[in-house]
Every structure is written in structure tokens, then in C-alpha cells.
Design a binder for this molecule. Sequence first.
Ligand code: RB5
Length: 142
Amino acid sequence: MRLAAASDHAGFPLKNHLAAWLRARGHEVLDLGTHSAESADYPDFAHELARRIAAGEVERGLLVCGTGIGISIAANRHPGVRAARCLSEYDARMARAHNDANVLALGERVTGAGLAEAILETFLATPFEGGRHARRVQKIER
Ligand code: RB5
């Protein structure tokens, strides 16, 4: 799968860890930054990644900030972007199966690397169920 990954400074180590984790599993990852631990504004990275998703340049996105909250709020301002901040594998499964989420948002300060890997794996492996959920997702976009 072709993905983009981005974070602010608070999500920088986890974003790098997960980008390497994805590449080791054969995925193509476009790293949109940040590229250092220097303080950076999460909306800048959320908007850059959201633009790539909305343009169809990448299939899925991974966003990481301190909590996953601010970066997901910013990404969700873009039509066609459905970013889900997930704290569990159940969140990730539902975000895909029912909401057709195309961006996973994680919080480095709340989710450890091992759980983050499991959440990401579930997010990538779970298909959208469609049916009544497709009607509801269409209503989000209207
Ligand atoms: C940065 O300190 C922090 O506010 C940011 O990473 C994020 O958690 C915002 O929602």
C-alpha cells in the first residue's frame, strides 16, 4: 500500500518508528515530516498529508502528535479525509469497517510503540463494510 506519514515534534519518534515498521512490511511510505525534534505546529503537517489524501496521491495516512487529537481535528477539515484518532485495536477496526477512515491518528504521549503497531496493523487490514455504512459516510461528505 502507498501511504503518507506525518507528525509534529511530539509525534516525531513514533512516526519514524511506524514508517520504518511499514517499510519493513513492504509498504511505500511518503514521509512528510517533521524531520527533527524541534518544536513544530501539528496543523501544518495535518494539512499537507490531508491534501495528498484528498488528491488521491496516497491511499492511507498516518498522523502522530502528542495526543492524536489536534492533528486529527486539522486533517478532518479537508473534504474526503476521514481521520480517526484510535486508542485501541477495536477503535481501528471500527474506524475502517464502519467509517471507512483513510487516516489513522495516534498520540505518542498516550500510546506505546507496541500497541501503536497493533492499531496500525488492524487499521490497514480491516476492509470497509459498505452497505448502510456507505450511506452514512456519504452523508458526512455532503
Ligand atoms: C504539542 O505540545 C501538542 O500540543 C500536540 O502534539 C498535540 O498533542 C495537539 O493536539
